[in-house]
Design a protein around this ligand. Structure first.
Ligand code: NDP
Length: 247
């Protein structure tokens, strides 16, 4: 059991599947107390039951990250339950890929609302808590698509993940000193993300591309690595891909 993870209170958005769920399971197994948010409360409740039956401490709040009120309630719920927050994993995300010429503006709006504004609501809610505590750790989930434009099809998704990287760097620069900021930039990871595209041709391409995906636990381990460092070490970025992935 890692000394610098055990007992920490970790809030995770998008914890009902994929990276968020896997991270919750891994950190809980290392002794973290986890606070889970997502829209599918039934999935969160089942996960909480699993973690608690394995001896962990976990609670869940139904949270749509596009609602600032609900993100605030998640953070306040964590404080009410555990009295402090050590880590916020801003993980909730959507990848709805299609060529720009398809004009699927509603999907652009949803990706911007979830991937950028949802993350910002998390920062807005947790930063005052971290400043009051004089400690805290933001872990923001970017993507290799936030380092290179995933085109054609992934332009808006890439735009949101470039934004995650920019916001994370600005946050680190502004609040570093006692508050840590880590951006995780994964390549293809097995999860429900690959099913988010309504444009058939792009969806077929994405599902095929994801045949090389690595398990979500790979990202959970990277997140644990960032958390378990001593407080004077801030792991700012971790990029990880399937070994066989070229993009
Ligand atoms: P999943 O689709 O499996 O998980 C996405 C999670 O986000 C779900 O728990 C979903 O829960 C939640 N979510 C979606 N919309 C909202 C919302 N409005 N409010 C709250 N929660 C929401 O995909 P991943 O696990 O792969 O994705 C997690 C993160 O990892 C995302 O930010 C994604 O961009 C990033 N990423 C993933 C990669 C991959 O290859 N899988 C690679 C690089 C980055 P619910 O529907 O219950 O709300």
């Amino acid at each position: 059991m890692s000394d610098n993870i055990s007992g920490k209170v970790v809030v995770i958005t998008g914890a009902s599947s994929g990276l968020g769920e896997s991270t919750a399971r891994h950190l809980s197994s290392l002794g973290a107390r986890v606070v889970l948010g997502a829209r599918r409360k039934d999935k969160l409740d089942a996960l909480v039951a699993d973690l608690v039956s394995a001896g962990g401490e976990a609670v869940a709040y139904q949270t749509d990250v596009t609602s600032q009120t609900e993100v605030n309630a998640l953070i306040q719920g964590a404080l009410k339950t555990f009295g402090r927050i050590d880590v916020l994993v801003n993980n909730a995300g959507l990848m709805a890929n299609a060529p720009l010429s398809e004009g699927r503006v509603d999907e652009w709006d949803r990706m911007i609302d979830i991937n950028i504004k949802g993350l910002l609501y998390g920062i807005a809610a947790a930063l005052p808590v971290f400043q009051e505590q004089n400690s805290g750790h933001f872990i923001n989930i970017g993507s290799v698509a936030g380092m290179k434009v995933f085109s054609p099809g992934g332009t808006v998704y890439s735009g949101t993940k470039f934004a995650v990287r920019a916001i994370s760097e600005g946050l680190r620069h502004e609040v570093g000193g006692s508050i840590r900021t880590t951006t995780i930039e994964p390549g293809a990871v097995d999860s429900e993300l690959k099913f988010g595209s309504s444009h058939q041709q792009t969806s077929d391409f994405v599902v095929d591309f994801y045949k090389q995906a690595i398990p979500a636990a790979s990202v959970a381990r990277a997140i644990a690595f960032a958390i378990e460092q001593p407080a004077d070490v801030d792991i700012n970025e971790i990029v990880l891909r399937p070994t066989v992935q070229d993009f």
